[in-house]
Design a protein around this ligand. Structure first.
Ligand SMILES: Cc1ncc(C[n+]2csc(CCOP(=O)(O)OP(=O)(O)O)c2C)c(N)n1
Ligand SMILES: [Mg+2]
Length: 334
């Protein structure tokens, strides 16, 4: 199965998902989940530097949204969006070097998790302070417009992060200046231990869009085709110069906030209920029924994914940490 031949820019022409597109979406969702599982294993082995955060349950949102982007578009992912980074072209090598804090990583071992940028892919990984990335990403959208580029900026925020003040400042500016910006709220029912009913009084987070004079949508974030189609329309609109769109993608955070959180505060049965809507299982059932996937090609894909991850992990484990002097370089102002 040749997945990588289906490169960015050749996807879903005419805004429609072909069978190879759907197979590729499935591949990236599985790849993201297996990367997350590998990160959790490394965390339990004491090899991860810092915390470990997974996007389990968020794969359709992360993968389906980034799939709507072209090569020259900008991606500003949050901590559940490994799938979006993979779609944008980030390598397993870079991902595991970064998670393991190695000198050869994109941050030269000076930071862990998703706090890194890969300018060669126009990918700018998450700013830890919730909300702070939105005005930054909007600033890039402004630069794109001033330079007359045709690129679009896609940015993500959690349900919790969407209540930070910068959400308003950023989105308002993007709307008033008609910037090529798409903001996706990943509503995964919790912000750490705080359930959504204690976070906002609105019925839907997309209702906020009306206050900015922009389109807003609330969608089932476990349906990857729907996520893609909604995001593609928003991306096309942004590229035409018609301004931003707000998309609330409704999912469930299937793991604790991080690997150190057992999520004991999640009501009994809630995880089991959401597991019935697992985004990967949902697409798998459809692809099997449509004969786009069969058991043999599924097994081959699984073993290819496992081999790719094992290789990237082994190579990252073998590579060195930065020296003490180098680890602090650029971290503190002189
Ligand atoms: C301004 C700010 N406050 C608090 C934190 C600590 N913190 C990091 S992630 C998080 C929860 C975020 O919840 P949400 O935005 O819903 O995203 P999720 O983790 O659920 O995907 C908190 C409180 C932070 N990073 N920045
Ligand atoms: Mg959340």
């Amino acid at each position: 199965m040749v997945i990588t031949a289906h490169a960015a820019g050749k996807r879903a022409s005419g805004g429609k998902l072909s069978n190879p597109d759907r197979l590729e979406l499935y591949y990236y969702m599985r790849l993201a989940r297996e990367c997350d599982n590998a990160i959790l294993r490394l965390y339990r082995q004491g090899k991860i530097v810092g915390g470990a955060y997974t996007g389990n349950g968020n794969e359709a949102t992360a993968v389906g949204s980034a799939y709507a982007l072209e090569k020259d578009d900008y991606l500003f992912p949050m901590h559940r969006d490994l799938g979006a980074q993979l779609v944008k072209g980030e390598s397993l090598r870079n991902i595991f070097l970064q998670q393991l804090g190695r000198a050869d990583s994109l941050t030269c071992g000076r930071d862990g998790t998703g706090h890194y940028a890969d300018p060669s892919l126009r990918l700018y990984g998450n700013v830890s302070h919730l909300g702070a990335m939105i005005p930054m990403a909007v600033g890039v959208a402004l630069a794109v417009k001033l330079r007359g580029e045709k690129a679009v900026v896609m940015n993500y925020i959690g349900d919790g992060g969407s209540n930070a003040g910068e959400f308003h400042e950023g989105l308002n500016m993007a709307a008033v200046m008609q910037l090529p910006f798409v903001l996706i709220i990943e509503n995964n029912q919790f912000a750490y231990s705080t359930p959504v009913r204690m976070q906002y009084a609105a019925q839907k987070l997309s209702d906020r869009a009306a206050g900015y004079g922009i389109p807003g949508f609330t969608i089932d974030g476990t349906n990857v085709s729907l996520v893609f189609e909604t995001c593609r329309k928003a991306v096309d609109r942004a590229r035409r110069g018609e301004g931003p769109t707000l998309i609330e993608s409704v999912t469930m955070r299937m793991h604790g906030h991080s690997a150190s959180d057992d999520a004991a505060y999640v009501p009994a049965g809630m995880i089991d209920d959401w597991r019935k809507k697992d985004p990967i299982d949902r697409l798998e059932k459809i692809l099997l029924a449509d004969h786009v996937l069969d058991e043999e090609s599924k097994k081959k894909m699984e073993s290819d994914i496992a081999a790719g991850i094992d290789d990237a992990v082994a190579r990252a484990v073998e590579s060195g940490y930065p020296s003490g002097e180098d680890a602090g370089e650029g971290v503190y102002a002189p």
